[in-house]
Design a protein around this ligand. Structure first.
Ligand code: ATP
Ligand code: MG
Length: 378
């Protein structure tokens, strides 16, 4: 099994220094599923201090719980010392992280069977909880007692649903029941961490599984404004590109901005989501021009993924025929108006009426015609 050549070199280097090291977690899962792994996680019995001695370029990204980021061979890998976790009195963080000597003990702390496998090229795959079998059967199952695992760390519930939505797996019965039972614990989790999982869920290849957030009741404990989500619209996401505000716009109603703000999404994402929501279903050329004028071309382009064929045709026409859309496109300026004796507040009023007229009559945007229209109409 080949996971990552660069990652392999990192493992070999750790082992040459007398320690053991394995690929672990998502990268093992992804390769077993025939996918290219995202980030490379390595687990080792070397301490963070050892790792920082072995490699030239390291970053102590999570040193308190044993993680050092190693940059080597053109990649970065997260190298984490075997550890176990003790006491989760807040339902979010272990009270204490202890380094352990044995990989088997490290794997016990991991969330799901499919994420709790490790691989070393000379020692092979370590799969203590039936992770391979669960990949085969497309099942998300907790390592150990689900009820206990979710009360230790409530984020795992959102991660479980995220994996269902990204991998297209079913959540095993006891694991699912435990999410239902412990959903209320999600209130303790930071909004930012929940937001990461929520976004990945909505962007998943199987995003219709986000319905599980609703069915388990988890969504009600994730945000006060969860009513903003229209779960019946999830099926529309399948064909859409993985563009966050586009997918959000499809599954949100009134209260979208409040919901996204609660989860601490960026102002940019909130604004684009709202703009896209405002443009859903438009198709008349004047509406489209007004829309572009207010929300910009980027949003208008994104709407081609969701609006009607007529919308696409009209937008194309506006672009190809270079219809005037913005004030700056008008073949007339402030000086021309001044020369006609139009000043002060009247300027703005005339411009906006003129703009409306030109949206309706794009081919009349000639200075003479505009001056004539003003003389007749104002
Ligand atoms: P992704 O493809 O999103 O990177 P991943 O499974 O690699 O998925 P990470 O968040 O990168 O997820 O975590 C790496 C590994 O650490 C997981 O595979 C899992 O073994 C373990 N892990 C991560 N978060 C938790 C958690 N909250 N509880 C228990 N184990 C966790
Ligand atoms: Mg990962």
């Amino acid at each position: 099994m080949i996971i990552s050549d660069a990652g392999l070199k990192i493992i070999e280097k750790i082992e040459k220094s007398g320690f053991e090291a394995y690929f672990v977690g998502g990268c093992v899962r992804d390769v077993l599923m025939g996918k290219t792994p995202g980030d490379i996680d390595i687990t080792t019995n070397a301490s963070p201090a050892d790792i920082m001695k072995i490699f030239k370029k390291t970053y102590p990204t999570g040193i308190n719980h044993g993680t050092v980021t190693v940059a080597e061979e053109g990649i970065t890998a997260e190298v984490t010392t075997y550890r176990c976790e003790k006491g989760y009195n807040d339902g979010r963080h272990p009270d204490k992280v202890e380094f352990v000597a044995d990989i088997n003990e490290d794997l016990l702390r991991r969330d799901f069977t499919i994420n709790a496998m490790a691989y070393n090229p000379s020692r092979g795959l370590v799969d203590n909880f039936g992770g391979q079998q669960d990949i085969e059967n497309k099942i998300i199952r907790c390592v150990g007692e689900p009820d206990k695992r979710f009360s230790e760390d409530a984020l795992r519930m959102a991660r479980g649903i995220r994996f269902a939505a990204t991998l297209g797996f079913e959540i095993e019965e006891k694991t699912l029941a435990a999410i239902q039972k412990n959903a209320h614990l999600a209130e303790k989790i930071s909004n930012e961490r929940i937001a990461v999982e929520f976004e990945k869920t909505v962007l998943g290849d199987f995003s219709e599984k986000a319905l599980l957030l609703f069915e388990t009741g988890l969504i009600n404990h994730i945000a006060e404004n969860s009513k903003a989500i229209d779960f019946s619209a999830l099926k529309k996401l399948v064909e859409l590109p993985k563009i966050t505000p586009l997918r959000f716009a499809i599954i949100m109603n009134d209260g979208a901005a409040a919901f996204l703000k609660e989860l601490r999404f960026s102002g940019e994402i909130i604004k684009t989501t709202e703009s896209l929501m405002a443009g859903l279903g438009i198709e008349n050329p004047i509406d489209i021009k007004k829309y572009i004028n207010k929300n910009g071309m980027k949003c208008a382009q994104l709407l081609t993924y969701v609006n009607s064929m007529q919308y696409k045709t009209e937008l194309q026409k506006i672009l190809v025929e270079k219809h005037p859309v913005f004030v700056r496109d008008l073949e007339i300026g402030g000086t021309d108006l001044m020369e006609m004796g139009i000043t002060g507040v009247q300027t703005g009023q005339v411009i906006s009426r003129l703009q409306e007229w030109v949206w309706e009559n794009p081919h009349e945007n000639k200075k003479e015609k505009l001056l004539k229209w003003i003389k007749e109409e104002i």
